[in-house]
Design a protein around this ligand. Sequence first.
Ligand code: BJ8
Length: 423
Amino acid sequence: MAKTYEKMWRELGMDVEKHCKLLSALTVAYSDIYLSQIYRPEGTGYLDFVVSEAHGLRIEELINAKKDGKKIIGSFCLYVPEEIIIALGAIGVGLCGGIDFEPENVHSFTGSRNICPLIQSFMGFKLSGVCPYFEAADLLVGETTCDGKKKIYERLNELQETYVVNLPPNCSSDTGYEYFKKEMGKLIHKLEDLTGNKLTAENLASGIEKVNQKRKTIEKLYSFRKNKKVPISGKDVLLVSQLAFYEDIDRFNEKIGELNEEIESSGKYIPGSESMKRIMITGTPMALPNWKIHHIAESTDEAVVVCEETCTGTRYFENSFSATGDMDKDLNNVFRHYSSINCACFTPNPERIDDIIRLAKEYSADGVIVNNLLFCTDYALENSIVEKRLNEAGIPALRLETDYSVSDTETIKTRIEAFIETL
Ligand code: BJ8
C-alpha cells in the first residue's frame, strides 16, 4: 500500500516516512492479534480489507468526495450527530486515537505529561502528521465533555479549525436539555454554512435511516453474542464498532449485514466458547487500534468477551430510532437520542449504572471488567459507583486502569487471568 498511495499522502501534507513506520507497526500488531485467532467467520475478511485500506482506498474515496464538493467532518465523540452530517451531504470521520505515536511531541506542545492516552494519541497523530483523516478533514468538531478534551481543543484549534459544541453538565434537567438543543442548533448552522446545504425534512430523514440501519446492523451482530456458543470473538466485534466511525456507511451496512447472515445461517461458533467465561467490559471507549484488554482476556483461551458498555459498544447503537419524515419530530428524536448517551462526563449519571447491570444479565456475563484509561477522572470516579453496584448485584467485577503502552501488559494479564479463575 505504501507505494501506491505515497503521492496522495504527500499531497495531504503528511509526513510519509513517519507514517510508514506507523503502518508497519500496525500491520504487525493486526496480524498478531487478529489473524492468529483460531476461528473467525469468513465475513471478517471484510474487516481485514477495511483495516488494510484504512489509510489508502478509504482516504482516496474521501478525497474524491471532496473533489465532488462534499465536506469531511472530523469528530472525537458520540455527541456529534452523524445523521445531521450525512443529511447535509458531508462525511463524518472519527479522530480518536488508540495508539501512542510520538507522545514526546504532545508533551512539548502542551507542557504536560499527564494526559489521557486517547487525547495524547490524536494530538500525537496531528502533531506528527501521520493521520490522513485529520489532514483530509475540512472541519474538526469538538465537544466540552471531559476537562482534557475541553482544553485540548483550544490548542488543536491553533493547528486546524476546531468548532466546539458546548455541552451542559447533564441533559436530564429542562435547563440542561434546552441548552443542549441550542448548541445542536448552532452546530447545524455551522455545518450548513460549511456545506452550503440546508437541513430539510427529506435529507434529515435519509440521514436518520442510514444511521439507523447501521445501529440495527451492529445491534444484530451483538445479539449473536448472547448465545451460549459464541460465534465471533469480542476482538472482532470491537473492530466492527471501531470501523463504524471511518468506513463508508453503505458498504459497512451491506458487509456487516452479510456477516450477520453468515453467522445466522452457518451455525458455526468459536470452538469451546460454550464453556468459556463470558466477560463484559465497561468504561472508557477503545479507539482504533486499542485492542489491549480484549486481546489479553481472549488470549487466555478461557474467556470470550461478549459485550462492551462503551462508546465503541452498546452506547453507540442502543436506542436507535427511525425517521418520521416530519422535520420537527425527527430533529427532536435526534436531540433526544444524543442527549441520552450515558457518558461519565455527565453528572449524575445513574442510567449508565442501570445499563451495565441490565447488559450483564442480558449477555449472561460471568464477570465485568471495569476499564479506565489513565488520567480519565470522570470514568475513574464513576467506576467506583459501578463496582459497588455490581457487587450489590452479585456480579464479579475487576477494575483496571491502563494506557496504550505495553509496560503494564504483564501486570494486566496476571490480574485478568486471576479474575477469570475466580469466575
Ligand atoms: S460520550 S466517553 S466518546 S466523551 S478523552 S472522557 S477517556 S479523559 S472519550 Fe468519550 Fe464522548 Fe463520553 Fe463517549 Fe476520559 Fe480521555 Fe476524556 Fe475520554
